[in-house]
Ligand binder design. Structure first.
Ligand SMILES: *Cc1c(COP(=O)(O)O)cnc(C)c1O
Length: 398
């Protein structure tokens, strides 16, 4: 039997730091470079290979990654960008950093992903050129079908930034039957990832942009470090070995070498972590199948292969229940720290100050009322998971 008093708290997500991670950080601390050293490019190369993209640019966090993408795509005061209200606010905020306007499209209640049909109606209701781009989010690790979205974006001349913070290792199956991994740059212009400890790969703070477009890649490199280049091939003048040029207004969004060293060893275990997440999801799925009062958030059908394999990356495992607040509080009393993802962005006071209001996106709001993310991380033990299941079912039956 589980002794509740002495058990460790069970969060909804947590990092997994091993001895090899610690060794890698210590070695980098003892090396010549704490930042701007060789670990950055090494991490970028490994990550680009992992997701199948040509280029990767490592940055200080996922929000900085989004900001750099918006800058590289030229978002400004005249830009209107569509995203989903069911996301972490950073997906929308990056547009505001550049002075652009955020417009939300409601979700598909079956998956809580942006409703592509709704996006189509928004685009068709406006003249061409009205919207500049779209930021789809692979929410919970559930991949958006970017092939379909790309076709729509091309019809209307839009760019796509894929917010894949939840989905490294996730994939959908395209119309040719090929697996398209999140962030591979095949359909989106750029994709972003986050290495916050609750995400799949933890560097404490950290982020990545991936792209297949060389011009965008060059801009990302420039904007990541003050808009300064030291590459003579891209300079207007050259006064000597010391010379560098500030060519645009950039930021310091660099990530230190220690964190990249950690990212490299974390990435080496990413497949293992993904397999474990999918295993955990399967156990939850089976436990909740047919359970009265518990609805499991669906996987995008595009993310399931013919043989039934899933491309869902399971950053989160989301259920929906009528008494969500009751369940949340009940689980806390039993040392289980489930979480709510997300409070719809348009209902935040900041976005309300821009004119949005409750009632604008009823599907997102209805989803929010019922959603709860259960513990999902590779080091969750089978015993802990059974305990979670028992408590959730116990509450919902009562
Ligand atoms: C975590 C997250 C981000 C931001 O990443 P940070 O590294 O925390 O800045 C952006 N979008 C989504 C969907 C996220 O979950």
């Amino acid at each position: 039997m589980h002794n509740e008093k002495h058990m460790r708290p069970i969060p909804y997500g947590r990092q997994n730091i091993t001895e090899s991670d610690i060794q890698a950080v210590v070695e980098t601390l003892q090396s010549d470079f704490l930042t701007q050293g060789p670990k950055v490019a090494e991490f970028e190369l490994a990550f680009a290979r992992y997701v199948g993209a040509r280029y990767a640019v490592a940055v200080s966090n996922g929000t900085a990654a989004l900001h750099l993408c918006a800058m590289a795509l030229g978002v400004n005061e005249n830009s209107r960008v569509i995203t989903t209200p069911i996301t972490f606010v950073a997906s929308a905020n990056c547009v505001r950093y550049c002075g652009g306007t955020v417009e939300f499209a409601d979700i598909d209640p079956a998956t809580a992903l942006i409703d592509i049909g709704q996006v189509r109606r928004m685009l068709e209701g406006k003249p061409k050129g009205y919207y500049s781009g779209i930021i789809p989010v692979d929410f919970a690790g559930n991949p958006v079908n970017l092939e379909v979205l790309r076709a729509l974006a091309d019809e209307h001349g839009l760019w796509i930034i894929e917010d894949a913070a939840h989905a490294p290792g996730g994939f959908f199956v395209d119309s040719q039957g090929e697996r398209q991994f999140c962030g591979n740059g095949r359909y989106a212009d750029m994709a972003i990832f986050s290495f916050h400890p609750v995400k799949h790969i933890a560097t404490s703070e950290g982020g990545m942009v991936t792209t297949n477009d060389e011009e965008l890649y060059r801009k990302l490199l420039l904007y990541r470090t003050h808009g300064i280049t030291r590459d003579p091939a891209f300079m207007e003048e050259n006064h000597g070995g010391w010379y560098m040029e500030m060519q645009a207004l950039g930021y310091n969004y660099r990530i230190p070498d220690m964190l990249c060293a950690l990212g490299i060893t974390q990435l080496a275990r990413a497949d293992e972590g993904m397999a474990r997440r999918r295993e955990i999801a399967k156990v939850y799925d089976e436990a909740f199948a047919g359970a009265a009062g518990i609805e499991v958030l669906g996987t995008n059908p595009s993310a399931i292969t013919e043989s039934g394999e899933t491309g869902h990356a399971y950053h989160l495992y989301v259920i929906q229940v009528a008494d969500r607040k009751g369940l949340y509080n009940f689980l806390r009393e039993h040392n289980i720290f489930a979480q709510v993802h997300y409070i719809p962005a348009h209902t935040m006071p900041y976005y309300r100050s821009l004119g949005y209001k409750k009632g604008d996106f009823p599907k997102a709001e209805r989803y929010y009322e019922a959603c709860l993310s259960l513990p999902m991380y590779p080091t969750l033990t089978n015993e802990e998971q059974q305990y979670v299941i028992e408590k959730v079912k116990g509450f919902c039956k009562a």
